[in-house]
Ligand binder design. Structure first.
Ligand SMILES: [Zn+2]
Length: 203
């Protein structure tokens, strides 16, 4: 006998979340249906809240509940001569936690990955190029992408695009102190700070 349909439907939704398998999704669905209905209704409110209020910044594509620009782009104290490029807002917040970086960001919302059918046009690369073309203040692009094949080829692709623009903008990446295959999101603040300070040029 299977679980009642509404619990199965809820479980199916959870199982499409990153890192949640069918057993865990069944357990969560049952927990919310029977053991903790208060949490279920709070979840309902929170989901409504984020779907109604959260949008992407018009400049850097970070998540925000502001109308136009996120708090970082909107802060005139930030150094607008550097842009740190990250794959998702998660890496942005890991870097913000170090307190080391005072420039602006650009969130790609993905990474070039031919095996997954993701090309340059599927992520926010054109938007980054537009920022460079429309803003002569920018002097440096720092790649804060995870150190793996996809991160490296995305950095290289953007570097070549930047070279084609013939602007006086240098491209660097977080220093090699980050072990290959590791993830920026899970790195300690100390390691991230070090790799920001000792960044290398992208060849
Ligand atoms: Zn922004």
């Amino acid at each position: 006998m299977a679980l009642p349909r509404s619990i199965r439907d809820l479980s199916d939704r959870f199982s499409s979340l990153p890192g949640v398998g069918p057993k865990l999704s069944n357990r969560i669905a049952l927990y919310l249906s029977i053991s903790n209905r208060k949490l279920a209704s709070r979840l309902e409110d929170s989901l409504k809240d984020v779907t109604e209020k959260i949008r992407l910044c018009n400049n850097c594509f970070n998540v925000t509940d502001n109308e136009d620009l996120c708090e970082i782009c909107d802060n005139s104290e930030r150094d607008s001569s550097t842009i740190l490029v990250v794959e998702t807002p998660l890496e942005l917040y890991s870097i913000e936690e170090t307190g080391e970086y005072k420039g602006l960001y650009h969130v790609l919302h993905g990474i070039i990955s031919p095996v997954n059918g993701i090309g340059p046009d599927e992520i926010k690369i054109n938007e980054l190029i537009n920022r460079l073309q429309n803003n002569s203040e920018i002097e440096e692009i720092i790649f804060g992408l995870n150190p793996n094949l996809e991160g490296d080829s995305t950095s290289l692709y953007i570097t070549n695009e930047v070279k084609d623009l013939d602007l006086d903008v240098k491209t660097t990446r977080l220093a090699k102190g980050i072990p290959t295959g590791s993830s920026i999101e899970y790195m300690s603040s100390q390691t991230l700070s070090d790799s920001l300070r000792r960044r290398d040029g992208v060849e």
